[in-house]
Design a protein around this ligand. Structure first.
Ligand code: ADP
Ligand code: ADP
Length: 226
């Protein structure tokens, strides 16, 4: 079964003045453990597509299935990493890592144990008690990634997670994030403006057209059997 299935999805935003048709006839399936990149012109609906995959937005037409089940509200199987890290400056790193666990009312000891394990495993063991403002931009983003892993989601949605960083930090972090996601066996969907980043990280790159957008091509092209 696919980790994510998008069936003929359309999405329009409605305001008092106008309707903006962002997505039309989007179809795709993502297999468990796959790493997908999505590229396309600014404003074509990449972020919107991720909102739909997470369950934050309901499609206007069509359906989004996670593990074969239509999403109702934000799926607990999904973790999000954004361009900005949204760390709380007044909490230390460890306490930031527990935010998702608190929202989901996970057992605090279990979450703390998992958070420490992840910090150790991914080279941040000395930083549990640090304040976010003592860390570099790249390290902060690594903390943001680990924060999503504490609740152990199956799927990670990454919306331009490197674009606020300078060139060198971006390269290093992209490689780190790639290894961490593969190491954890997660399914991942990365939205990026950077085509070389898209190609170097993903098993498959999906290209979106201008609005109202659909997925117009795929690289490398998969040949279905039968
Ligand atoms: P991208 O991530 O590819 O830059 P977005 O998904 O952010 O594109 O936006 C797709 C289109 O939908 C754009 O035209 C944008 O202005 C519009 N849009 C996004 N969010 C809203 C919203 N909350 N209300 C109205 N229009 C929106
Ligand atoms: P990006 O292009 O990096 O996805 P944007 O600056 O287009 O980001 O959008 C930032 C936020 O503003 C998003 O949450 C998006 O949904 C919202 N947004 C974008 N376009 C509109 C719009 N036309 N009306 C209302 N909200 C919008």
């Amino acid at each position: 079964m696919s980790a994510i299935e998008v069936q003929d999805v359309g999405l329009s935003y409605f305001t008092l003045k106008q309707e903006t048709e962002a997505l039309r006839n989007v179809r795709m399936a993502i297999e468990p453990g796959e790493f997908i990149s999505i590229v396309g012109p600014s404003g074509c609906g990449k972020s919107t597509l991720l909102y739909l995959l997470s369950g934050m937005l309901k499609p206007t037409t069509g359906r989004v299935l996670i593990d074969g089940v239509e999403t109702a509200g934000v799926s607990p199987k999904v973790g999000y990493m954004l361009q900005r890290d949204h760390l709380f400056e007044w909490r230390d790193v460890l306490s930031n890592l527990l935010v998702g666990a608190e929202i989901r009312r996970m057992n605090r000891e279990e979450a703390t144990r998992r958070a420490r394990e992840l910090l150790d495993r991914y080279g941040l063991s000395g930083f549990a008690g640090h304040s976010p403002d003592q860390l570099s931009g790249g390290m902060r983003q690594r903390v943001a990634l680990i924060r999503t892993l504490v609740t152990d989601p199956d799927i990670l949605l990454l919306d331009e997670p490197f674009s606020a960083l300078d060139y060198q930090s971006r390269l290093t972090l992209a490689e780190d994030v790639f290894h961490i996601i593969k190491d954890q066996g997660k399914t991942a969907v990365l939205v990026t403006h950077d085509i070389s980043e898209a190609i170097s990280m993903a098993d498959r790159v999906l290209v979106m057209s201008k609005r109202p957008s659909s997925i117009v091509s795929e690289y490398p092209i998969r040949f279905e059997e039968g």
